[in-house]
Design a binder for this molecule. Structure first.
Ligand code: G3H
Ligand code: ZN
Length: 279
């Protein structure tokens, strides 16, 4: 069985990125897996704390295991984990990766807890993603433009990576969560500096509503994992609204929901092709 680390290394060498696609419903999950299988692309299924609590950590692990029989390269990540108990539970259940988001803590506290999680996770073969400076925004459709554009402090990141021994880092290069009035541009020059100084796997959050040209440049410059959520939520809701209107006269979920799956599949397919992760 090829591990997630195997694909991170391969992606780095060959200049492509693995998509992390967040889900909280079975339609979204089915859509992600269907496209992964069709395009032979490794994928990471992401569950934030809210998504994991709604869907169930155990359910997520059991379904990953089941879908691996159809297509083996499906991995699970606990996204933006802040609750250490939930993170430990995910590790014990067999998540492939956990993201500890200690960005709201002070630097030393974040470093201390991240380091402990790394020790715990690595014993069980689970990777850890760290975050220092909080990635702004939320996975929603926003009316205006993002408030702040943050850039990673490279010296701090170097110290953090060295002392915690994390596997990957969620970086700030102008990326934000959510979709805004205008497409988001990334600071590729800053990414080049990060890549030169920080020798671990780099993760780009806020994969929705970002300039396609900048995503391609980010991949060329060392990003190996890109997180996508808002566009999948949007596709799910739009698909559902459209289908409910079209099937006004039925209450059969199996007649209403296939169109929701199709709509999410379209989004996942576009992203996988943009990230060049199809094999
Ligand atoms: O952690 C999740 C991602 O960063 C999602 O970002 O909602 O902008 O696609 P997004
Ligand atoms: Zn994120």
């Amino acid at each position: 069985m090829k591990t997630l680390k195997y694909f991170f290394k391969k992606a780095k060498k060959e200049e492509w990125a693995i998509g992390q696609f967040n889900f909280s419903t079975l339609e979204q999950l089915k859509a992600i897996v269907n496209v992964a299988e069709k395009l032979k692309s490794p994928v990471i299924l992401g569950t934030s704390q809210g998504e994991a609590n709604f869907f169930g950590l155990e359910e997520a692990v059991l379904l990953r295991n089941l879908y691996r029989k159809k297509f083996p390269y499906i991995y699970l990540n606990l996204d933006h984990g802040k609750d250490v108990n939930l993170i430990k539970k995910a590790i014990n259940l067999g998540y492939d990766c956990v993201h500890f988001d200690g960005s709201s803590l002070n630097f030393q506290e974040n470093l201390k807890i991240t380091k402990k999680i790394v020790k715990y996770a690595h014993k069980k073969g689970c990777l850890v993603e760290g975050e220092i400076k909080s990635i702004q925004g939320s996975s929603e459709i926003h009316k205006g433009l993002p408030k702040d554009v943050l850039l990673e402090d490279i010296e701090r990141a170097k110290e953090f990576v060295k002392k915690t021994e994390i596997d990957s880092l969620a970086i700030n290069i102008g990326n934000v969560h959510g979709v805004y009035k205008k497409s988001i541009r990334l600071n590729i020059e800053h990414l080049k500096k990060i890549k030169r100084e920080i020798p671990i796997f780099l993760v780009l959050h806020g994969g929705s509503g970002t300039s396609k040209k900048d995503i391609k440049e980010a991949i060329k410059n060392g990003v190996v994992k890109i997180n996508v959520n808002t566009e999948l939520r949007k596709a799910w809701r739009e698909g559902l609204e459209k289908s409910l209107k079209k099937h006004e006269d039925t209450i059969k979920p199996y007649n209403i929901l296939p169109e929701v799956i199709l709509k999410v599949e379209e989004t996942v397919e576009k992203k996988i092709k943009l990230f060049k992760s199809q094999r």
